[in-house]
Design a protein around this ligand. Structure first.
Ligand code: AP5
Length: 217
């Protein structure tokens, strides 16, 4: 039976990293609003032009816009494939919108997994992060370098890129938004008994092992 889950945590908590690992092990698909918005910016579409400055400043784009993106993606998801919501919902309005979107499809949230992290360490994680420009594989200046320096392990490309919003000032703005707007949605899910808090400061493998335990429940 497919499970629908939310990975929740501040910027750099490891949501994207763990979502990719879950996709490799389970019939689950990552639905990252950040990735969808970045793809729109890259394509130069009207949507991309509309959101680029907001994202570069570390601000949140509109609730309606991201919920519409998720609505479209859920249409493409078969009943046997689970959704990993990554970076969505981020506000109370988005949390209610997600409930509606799932209800309409006879789906329900099975787990909300909060990655508990030390925010100062996250600044270090984020400012060291980069990805392969061709396939999107994720790397880090200190924690995950390619096996051969300058060559992507996954596709052999020698081109890498960094996100424009991965600078310290913007990261701190995004973290403040997480505390003010996203963390307050947790009680909604606590009331349903579906939240598990896990230690997000261990190694990537250790975090993954904790998430796998949650999925067995
Ligand atoms: P989004 O792309 O969602 O960014 P974010 O939430 O800030 O999260 P990140 O992608 O920065 O972090 P992550 O938790 O995925 O960490 P990662 O796994 O990469 O959003 C970007 C922007 O889009 C927003 O600011 C906003 O403008 C807009 N937006 C998106 N969704 C929206 C919404 N719903 N509503 C409104 N606006 C929205 O890991 C980070 C680094 O650490 C990597 O280098 C990784 O290799 C490393 N790492 C990961 N885990 C570990 C570990 N255990 N140990 C050591 N290193 C680790």
């Amino acid at each position: 039976m497919a499970k629908d889950i939310i990975l929740l945590g501040p910027p750099g908590a490891g949501k994207g990293t763990q979502a990719h690992r879950l996709e490799a092990e389970h019939a689950m698909v990552q639905l990252s609003t950040g990735d969808m918005l970045r793809a729109a910016v890259k394509s130069g579409s009207d949507l991309g032009k509309q959101v680029q400055a907001v994202m570069d400043a570390g601000e949140l784009v509109s609730d309606q816009l991201v919920s519409d993106l998720i609505d479209d993606r859920l249409d493409q998801l078969g009943p046997d494939t689970g959704a990993i919501f990554d970076g969505y919902p981020r506000t109370e309005a988005q949390a209610h919108a997600l409930d509606d979107l799932l209800d309409r499809r006879n789906r329900k949230l099975d787990h909300v997994i909060e990655l508990e992290v030390d925010e100062e360490a996250l600044v270090d994680r984020i400012t060291g992060r980069y990805t392969c420009a061709r396939c999107g594989a994720g790397y880090h200046d200190r924690y995950k370098q390619p096996e051969t320096a300058g060559v992507c392990d996954e596709c052999g490309s020698e081109e890498f890129k960094r996100r424009p919003d991965d600078n310290e000032e913007t990261v701190r703005k995004r973290m403040a938004d997480y505390r003010a707007k996203t963390a307050p949605i947790l009680p909604l899910y606590d009331a349903r008994g579906i939240v598990t808090r896990i230690d997000g400061m261990g190694s990537m493998d250790a975090v993954q092992a904790q998430i796998e335990e949650v999925l067995k429940a």
